[in-house]
Design a protein around this ligand. Structure first.
Ligand code: FAD
Length: 569
């Protein structure tokens, strides 16, 4: 049986930082498993930047201000102990990345350049043109190779092997050979990214963002925390949802309705386009609803105008954005405004982490970091530039936590691992041979349409109850599906089948959490409960999966410095 002291699931920013810091103990055998080639992980799509109060562009900025902005941005649902831990350490992490060779853009004094981002009181987003995630991923990958991390590329996590809140390892498929293995580990870091694909095509997320690690933890008894908080990014391209970075607004882009009006002046007169994402997304949808957008229904959009920035600035700071708009919307943003509309972008909720310094979960041996985890740093709404920062910082500390866990635990669970691997082996071969059944594509499309229409930007009880019932029916239908591919090697139909099962499992948790939260806070906007209700809902949602049943619970928010107040921009 394959055996590693530490296994990291995911090779994005969080996974690679975790693998790197775990491998600092040269006596430990560290593996990093990823369903796609490591440097193709979604972190590579992060364009705009990474937040740290370096004070390079504004010497009055400080970690304390970053702390305050993050808590306010979160609509006071973030755990303030976690936020403070994070903001204090971000400047030194930027120096660390710089040392690893990340080619940050520089200002005229040779310091790391910083740009303004939504919801921030100072320009604190460090960047590398509009390719920040890409360069971080490549630099950290090189460091992992230097530290002899074993990469299991194109390996797919199927499930975690847990008994009585103790983890023994995991079961994974080598997609290339079709072999299914039990892997023994003393500690595991789950860093498998978000699950924006519950909205399928109305997302900025890549096709593989299907929440596999989150679903595996959920099945293993770890609750999902705050799943109802889904971030819709204001500037997805109108026809595909592909992201145009927040850097567009950071660099001074305007949002215009069909009357040519910069409508943000009605919704956030001080911050205008640089208000936080939840507010800007709602403002766009309100303009469209009021008939001041272009087009109709799912095709409707408003415009983002960057022409006044001039060719030189666009080519220096936003070259990739220009290419995306040209390739996917057929618009040259140097010459005309580009059609945009909100798209699902990020999951604030995720795997319940119980300690922000070790990234432990309630199951011994399992740590979680990055977008799949809920620390909770972002509360009800994440600020732009705080996710790459989150993945790098908490990825590092998850690796340190997992290293310490591995130093204290011994290997166990051989029989259980073999049994679980055999179960998956049998399931794979049954599915390969099944020749008829319900259509997976229909199930996936119904799930996405239902979630977008009923658990999207604006929410109402009756619509969400309808969504929950539909998802429950789809979970039943899923049991009757077939994959239509008998291949053993590279059976991507089987991989997609497991992914869609995971999306359904998590979509149900999102709908449940959203129905139960009878208030509006951050990204969760209830038409039937338009106010934030701290008296009843200043608490985290926890959803447990017990067999086929879901159970709702809560846990308190850590409030150390900032008492909740009205959030005005
Ligand atoms: C287009 C776009 C632009 C963005 N820009 C910014 C930005 O400028 N600044 C910012 O702060 N945030 C940005 N974000 C958000 C941020 O990039 C992500 O939240 C963050 O990079 C997630 O990193 P991660 O390490 O958690 O996961 P990812 O980078 O998504 O990596 C997930 C890893 O898990 C692996 N994996 C998943 N499931 C399995 C499985 N079953 N088996 C094996 N491996 C598995 C994948 O192969 C992958 O290696 C952006 C997001 C998008 C979509």
């Amino acid at each position: 049986m394959l055996t590693y002291d530490v296994v990291v699931v995911g090779a994005g920013g969080a996974g690679m930082m975790a693998a790197l810091s775990a491998s600092e103990n040269k006596n430990l055998n560290v593996a990093c498993l990823s369903k796609i080639f490591p440097t193709r992980s979604h972190t590579g799509a992060a364009q705009g930047g990474i937040n740290a109060a370096m004070g390079n562009r504004d010497n009055t900025d400080s970690p304390e201000r970053h702390f305050k902005d993050t808590v306010k941005g979160s609509d006071f649902l973030a755990d303030q102990d976690a936020v403070e831990f994070f903001t204090k350490r971000m400047p030194e992490i930027i120096q660390e990345l710089d040392y690893y060779g990340v080619p940050f853009s520089r200002d005229e004094n040779g310091k790391v350049a910083q740009r303004p981002f939504g919801g921030a009181s100072s320009p604190r987003t460090c960047y590398s043109a509009d390719k920040t995630g890409h360069v971080i991923l490549h630099s950290v990958y090189e460091q992992c190779l230097k530290n002899n991390v074993t990469f299991l590329d194109e390996w797919f996590l199927l499930s975690l092997v847990v008994e009585e809140d103790e983890c023994h390892g995991l079961v994974a498929m080598d997609i290339k050979s079709g072999e299914i293995h039990g892997i023994k580990a003393k500690s595991i870091v789950i860093a498998s990214g978000g699950f924006g694909r519950i909205y399928w095509n109305r997302t900025t997320n890549a096709f593989n963002m299907t929440g596999d690690g989150t679903a595996a933890c959920f099945e293993a008894g770890i609750p999902v925390k705050d799943p109802e908080f889904v971030q819709f990014h204001p500037t997805g391209l109108a026809s595909t949802g592909i992201l145009l970075s927040e850097a567009c607004r950071g660099e001074g882009g305007y949002l215009l309705n069909k009357d040519g009006e910069r409508f943000m002046k009605k919704y956030a007169p001080d911050k205008m386009e640089l208000a936080p994402r939840d507010l800007v997304s709602r403002s766009i949808e309100m303009e469209i609803k009021a008939g001041r957008g272009f087009g109709e229904g799912l095709e409707a959009y408003v415009l983002m105008d960057l022409r006044h920035l001039g060719e030189e600035k666009i080519m220096e700071r936003l070259p990739q954005v220009r290419e995306l708009a040209l390739d996917f919307e057929g618009t040259d943003l140097m010459k005309e405004p580009v059609p945009i509309r909100p798209s699902c972008h990020y999951m604030m909720g995720g795997i319940h982490v119980i300690n922000p310094e070790t990234l432990e979960t309630p199951v011994k041996g399992i740590h979680a970091a990055g977008e799949c985890a809920c620390v909770s740093l972002h509360g009800a709404n994440r600020l732009g530039g705080n996710s790459v920062a989150d993945v790098v910082l908490f990825g590092k500390y998850a690796g340190i936590g997992a290293r310490k866990t591995a130093e204290q635990r011994s290997f166990s669970g051989d029989t259980l691992l073999t049994e679980k691997a055999t179960e998956w082996h049998d399931k794979f071969h049954t599915m390969r041979q099944k020749e008829a059944g319900k259509s997976l594509v229909e199930i996936r499309n119904t799930m996405a349409g239902t979630m977008w229409d009923n658990v999207g930007i604006f929410r109402k009880k009756d619509e969400m109850v309808h969504a929950l019932e539909t998802i429950e029916q789809l979970i039943e239908d899923y049991k009757e599906t077939f994959i239509g591919d008998a291949a053993i090697r590279y059976n991507m139909a089987f991989v997609n089948y497991v992914e869609i099962g995971n999306l359904l499992t998590l979509a149900k948790a999102v709908a449940m959490g959203a129905i139960a939260r009878e208030e509006s806070r951050g990204s969760h906007s209830r038409e039937d409960f338009p106010e934030r209700r701290d008296d009843e809902f200043l608490k985290h949602t926890l959803i447990y999966k017990e067999g086929d049943d879901y159970r709702l619970d809560h846990c308190p928010v850590s409030i150390t410095s900032y008492t909740p107040e009205e959030r005005v921009y």
